[in-house]
Design a protein around this ligand. Structure first.
Ligand code: GLC
Length: 537
């Protein structure tokens, strides 16, 4: 019997779902304050549905002082007035469901905002109190030396004095990110209970899944020992075993999975687990999260050998633990792939090819807003940069976060805002009208059209059971730089990552990111999906 095919409704639908990441601040501005919001999103939901994706992941819109653009949450179960109201969120959810789109929200369980009432209560309480036990409060070595040598991901030390200058309160609190983002103490069971309430609040509303922020860092090594180096925390929390990836964290996700599975249909958990493949795969064991982004792949450059090596490693880790992989090339934290892959004309071709490539790999895929328009990283003037990483560590993620261009004409920030609106929260580069949604809808050769077609064909191949999320993959690189990924029995992905056009292996072309040459070669910086005859055996 063939599988039921209603998008987003068959069991295990998430395993090969394509999810569109909405960064609400920069998606569409409904109320004219220059910041994207829920009204803007509601209005443009049909656009997202027209791409043919299965759902949306929304980055945080909950109340927040916005120090880290919403990843400093002061109330997990409400809507920041900057983005609208809970009523508008309910409308977004209902309209999305009516369009066949699932909604995933971001949950930030590693830290909250220093304005969160529970942190405020902890600051007001005494050392050793139950209020302080919700976070990591510790005495320092002395007045100027924190409890350990940990460095924050955003630069500078990971500890701040709670009452600087006080003679009686000498405690420091831990923040792996900015001082305005205190880390919860997950060794205190009250924290786990609190977050179960948060999960249930959104799941009860009908939210379909959660993306879990910094999912591997909730537990720190017991006793918070020094790290061997002081630069490892900055390096994606990967290299210092004391700071993240403790065995205890898996119990959290087992509990969350039980909560998710108590709903029908099950709610989906996808983790930001920025670890090497064999460590990250442990978070998707059968009773933990459903998905974890393949981070080892997310940040790769245009390098066939590296793609093949990481692809092979991810495949080995997948086989060990069974869950399908989850592919992405972009998100709001990393440089846009056009720019990462070299910029200019070649970067533009490569990013198109890269996106077609991940959509042809087995498992789930995430598309970051604007990736379907092939936007490059924007050059954001120094005075306009808003990322806390910029001030603390000299790294700005703003260039991947500028408002989307909707119209060819520059008025109203290329259609991002309504008439008469305030300036956008980040400036949009001049000439982005030529990359706008409006422009690309009218151009059959645009990346927007390629993505829409890729998603249509992908769904068809899934429905015909030619593609399955747990197809095995084998990766090779030819001397001419042609990367090949054999998927299952019949599907082949080829990416020309060298300097020359490449002859293609046998198979019929299903979709290509650039037209083949007259001689039938795949031009450099292009990808193609090939299908082979059904085997007769
Ligand atoms: C995640 C988010 C990032 C944020 C950080 C701290 O990595 O994706 O934007 O700054 O967590 O919450």
């Amino acid at each position: 019997m063939s599988r039921p095919t209603v998008r987003g409704q068959r069991p295990g639908w998430w395993q090969d779902a394509v999810i569109y990441q909405v960064y609400p601040r920069s998606f569409a501005d409904g109320d004219g304050d220059g910041v994207g919001d829920l009204a803007g999103l509601l209005d443009r939901l049909p656009y997202i549905a027209s791409l043919g994706v299965d759902g949306i992941w929304m980055t945080p819109f909950q109340p927040s002082p916005q120090v880290d653009q919403g990843y400093d949450v002061s109330d997990y179960c409400a809507v920041d007035p900057l983005f609208g109201t809970m009523e508008q969120f309910d409308q977004v959810l209902e309209a999305a469901h009516a369009l066949g789109l699932r909604i995933f929200l971001d949950v930030v369980p590693n830290h909250c905002s220093s304005e969160h009432p529970l942190f405020q209560a902890a600051v007001a309480a005494d050392s050793g109190s139950p209020e302080r036990a919700m976070f990591h409060f510790e005495n320092g070595v002395d007045d100027d030396t924190p409890p350990n040598n940990w460095q924050s991901v955003f630069g500078g030390r990971a500890w701040s004095r709670v009452n600087p200058g006080s003679d009686t309160d000498k405690e420091w609190y831990l923040h792996l990110f900015s001082p305005e983002q205190p880390d919860w103490n997950w060794r205190n069971p009250a924290v786990g209970d609190y977050f179960e309430g948060v999960l249930r609040f959104w799941f009860d509303k009908g939210v379909d899944g959660l993306r879990i922020d910094v999912a591997h860092a909730l537990f720190k090594a017991d006793g918070l020992p020094d790290t061997a180096s002081t630069d490892g925390v900055v390096n994606g929390l990967r290299s210092n075993p004391q700071v993240s990836d403790q065995d205890e964290v898996h119990e959290v996700y087992r509990r969350w999975r039980r909560v998710a599975d108590s709903y029908s249909p099950t709610r989906v958990l996808v983790g930001e687990v920025n670890l090497e493949p064999h460590r990250a795969a442990r978070y998707t064991r059968h009773d933990e999260m459903h998905q974890a982004f393949a981070f080892a792949f997310v940040k790769l450059g245009w390098d066939a050998a590296a793609w093949a090596a990481v692809g092979t490693e991810l495949e080995a880790a997948r086989k060990e633990h069974g869950a399908p992989l989850t592919w992405a090339l972009e998100n709001h934290d990393i440089v846009r792939s056009v720019t990462r892959f070299g910029g200019g004309e070649r970067g533009t071709l490569r990013a198109r090819a890269g996106l077609l490539a991940i959509l042809g790999l087995p498992g789930g895929a995430y598309i970051y807003q604007g990736q379907e328009l092939n936007l490059p990283e924007a050059e954001v003037p120094l005075h306009a940069r808003a990322d806390p990483m910029w001030t603390r560590a000299g790294v700005s993620r703003d260039g991947a976060r500028v408002p989307l261009p909707w119209t060819v004409a520059a008025e109203n920030t290329y259609g991002f805002s309504p008439a008469g609106a305030a300036d956008p929260w980040l400036p949009v580069p001049a000439a982005w009208g030529s990359r706008s949604v409006q422009m690309q809808l009218d151009d059959p050769a645009s990346t927007l059209q390629l993505v829409t077609e890729a998603l249509r064909v992908r769904r068809e191949l899934i429905e015909k059971e030619i593609l399955s999320p747990d197809d095995a993959t084998t990766w090779h690189v030819q001397d001419n730089g042609l990367l090949l990924c054999e998927r299952g029995d019949r599907f082949l992905l080829a990416v020309a990552m060298g300097e020359e056009p490449c002859a293609l292996p046998q198979g019929s072309v299903v979709l290509a990111s650039s037209p083949l040459t007259d001689a039938g070669l795949l031009p450099a910086d292009s990808a193609v999906w090939l299908l082979r005859e059904e085997s007769r055996t």
